[in-house]
Every structure is written in C-alpha cells, then in structure tokens.
Design a protein around this ligand. Sequence first.
Ligand SMILES: [Zn+2]
Length: 120
Amino acid sequence: MITIGKQSGNHKWMKLNSHHVCTHCKVIAYELKIGQMTLKRGTNPIKTVCQLAPIKIDFDYIEIIKCDGYGKNFLGLVEGKIKKVIKNNPKLINDVRGVWIQGAYKPIKILTNEFKIVKK
Ligand SMILES: [Zn+2]
C-alpha cells in the first residue's frame, strides 16, 4: 500500500465516515496515522500525485517537442513551435498531465511529455 503525507501530492482531502476522498481525482485514502494518508489498496501509483488538481503555472509559453494529437485542430503543431499557455480559465484546468493552448480552431491540451517550458 502507498502512504503519503497529507499535504503532499496536491490532493484536496475531504473527510467522509471511515475514509478521505480527494475532491479533484476521487482517489480514496485512510488516515491511519495523523497526517499520513494511505491510499486504498490497488490504487495506481501514478495517483500518488493528484492527476486532476489545478497546478500553478509560472510560465507563459511552451515549445512543442512532439505532438501525437491529430486532426485539423492540431495543424501546425510541429517540433519547435512556441505556443502561449491558456491560464486563468476555470474550464481549462492545467494539471500534471498537461497544459492548454489555443489550437487551430479550439483550445487543446498538450501533454506533459509533448512540450518543454519556455522561460521568457
Ligand atoms: Zn487528487
């Protein structure tokens, strides 16, 4: 079983009767010791870090490394392309899985392994 600190992993815990649930990703954990959350047996280790919590983005631009998305909305998203990150849109949540940019027609999410951060 996986045990993490209550403040780590970006989860936002809500206490229910016998357990806690993350209000972002719904992962379930038990506070067997104060301040330590033991994830429910069988929980995918990737969920040690909340996959759905909004993260604070301290950069404005990304550079595309590769992009596996296809379709007209992904037109022009080639290696080396610099794109502005969409921030402060409550419907477009940037999280550990990726960040939002404007695609050719509508916003699209670029996965974490598909870009690098450009500091300006
Ligand atoms: Zn979570």
